[in-house]
Design a binder for this molecule. Sequence first.
Ligand code: AMP
Length: 289
Amino acid sequence: MAMSAARSLATVHTVLDLRGQVAAWKAEGLSVALVPTMGALHEGHLSLIRKAKTLADKVIVSVFVNPTQFGPTEDFAAYPRTLEEDRFKCGMAGAHLLYAPSATEMYPAGFATSIVVSGVSSGLCGEKRPGHFEGVATVVCKLLLQALPDVAVFGEKDYQQVMVIRRMVADLNIPVTVIGAPIIREVDGLAMSSRNAYLSDVQRGQANRLYKTLHQAAQDILGGMSVQEALDHAMDALVTAGFGKLDYLELRDAETLEPMEVFDRPARLFAAVFMGKTRLIDNFPIEPR
Ligand code: AMP
């Protein structure tokens, strides 16, 4: 039964077909959730689909490797594309529709609009990946307006992205409820990511130290160590663990994402660091006791 659901998962490639299906569902009084992804689906994505199923009658998964959110030297060309496998996994997870638009469907000739969300986009990935959140905000805005879902589900693995989307949805009065879902990790703690496939066996063995280091820094801060000292220790630990270039390692306010030098309110540790050529990101919450 589940196998045949997976094999027969309906797939659309155009805005027209997507809208047709959503309109039919809405005419039946059904609610709709959207889970935007770039494909190469893993358990982290599937957890979003399962969450979406608890929030709406019908779940759409979009798979689109969005060129505008990659910088010129980033991995757009190398990014894994596994649409048939993704379709199967979406079906097994209980999604009802796969939306896989082409680049020209999303960005037809003459496309000239870009959405800039300031404030929460500054710093962290916003600073280290110039133009990234413009690309993300623009494509997510388009996906939301194309599908007009009641709910959209995003992973806290990309915590800053969730905050950018929340801000955009509020500012532009987009009629959707944005839900953030927890980070799904491998057994050794490494946050699941489509980019983990780039890691060699040796790198994969070292990569879980990112999570362990954030976890330790959180314990240190909760134990009374100053934020700066805890971050200094964490940076040393990352170097010792075999990580290369550090894009950032910071404590920020969990809501506003403002940098925090003193831990006095709900916060999150954020890190982006390279393991070889692979850029890994992770974040970890710290709540005052
Ligand atoms: P991506 O395909 O990487 O653009 O991710 C699509 C969605 O899946 C985003 O909302 C991500 O935050 C979310 N996601 C990716 N990895 C994880 C993870 N390990 N746990 C939870 N959500 C995730």
